[in-house]
Design a protein around this ligand. Structure first.
Ligand SMILES: Nc1ncnc2c1ncn2[C@@H]1O[C@H](COP(=O)(O)OP(=O)(O)OP(=O)(O)O)[C@@H](O)[C@H]1O
Ligand SMILES: [Mg+2]
Length: 214
């Protein structure tokens, strides 16, 4: 095995990094060997995954590297041979070295964005870091994913124009604002354990898109 490394990152807080990292890792974990690395000292991903019940175990291995600030890429490298996919939940700040170091070994930087102008402006900053890293790590790809879309409206024209300003494409799949995502966090599972077919469909569609480009 030689794991594909997917870094879920955006310096903007609260855009859904942990929600997507945990759901993607747990759902891909149904059929593949997955490691979820918590890079955030807040420890949300670790706490989420340990709050699941014994009859519905979380289907990815979970570990925290939040205390490793230097050469995170070397630490991650140790696990490449043991997994098909490694997901990394990044902290909101990008000035603490964790994200920069982990990007060196990533195949994909997945950038969740809430499609509103203020959130999109805040996300622009990560591009420079990814661009600089791409010079060293040539395999690195980056994609945006719209999260917390409102079900009664498509992405606004203003937001779409801003998304088009990014150097990176957006995944076609949009993730909508749904209570299932909050519920999944509360019981330590993924949307696959909940009765919300639309959430299951969109997470599965996003996974298919991710697999296609890796
Ligand atoms: N698609 C969604 N639908 C509904 N609620 C969502 C969705 N995505 C995220 N949330 C909720 O929004 C809040 C922020 O999400 P999350 O913690 O995943 O963001 P984050 O980017 O990891 O935040 P931080 O920067 O603090 O680490 C949480 O309460 C989460 O349950
Ligand atoms: Mg988080």
């Amino acid at each position: 095995m030689n794991a594909k490394v997917i870094l879920v990152t955006n310096q903007k807080g609260g855009c859904g990094k942990t929600t997507l990292a945990v759901n993607l890792a747990g759902v891909i974990g149904i059929n593949s060997k997955v490691l979820l690395i918590d890079g955030d000292p807040q420890g949300s991903a670790s706490r989420w995954a340990v709050s699941c019940s014994d009859d519905k175990p979380f289907l990815a291995a979970v570990m925290s590297l939040a205390n490793v600030t230097d050469k995170v890429n070397r630490e991650i490298k140790k696990y490449l041979a043991d997994y098909d996919y490694i997901f990394i939940d990044c902290p909101p700040a990008i000035d603490n070295n964790f994200t920069a170091s982990a990007l060196l070994i990533a195949d994909l930087a997945l950038i969740p964005v809430i499609p509103s102008p203020t959130d999109l402006w805040a996300a622009l900053g990560i591009q420079k870091l990814i661009r600089n890293t791409s010079e060293i790590n040539e395999k690195l790809q980056a994609r945006l994913v719209a999260n917390m879309c409102q079900s009664n409206a498509t992405i606004s024209k203003e937001a779409l124009e801003l998304i088009n300003e990014f150097e990176y494409e957006k995944f076609e799949t949009n993730i909508y604002q749904r209570t299932a995502y909050r519920q999944a966090a509360a019981f330590g599972g993924t949307v696959m354990d909940l009765d919300n077919p639309k959430a299951k469909l969109e997470i599965t569609a996003l996974i298919n898109e991710i697999k296609k480009i890796l």
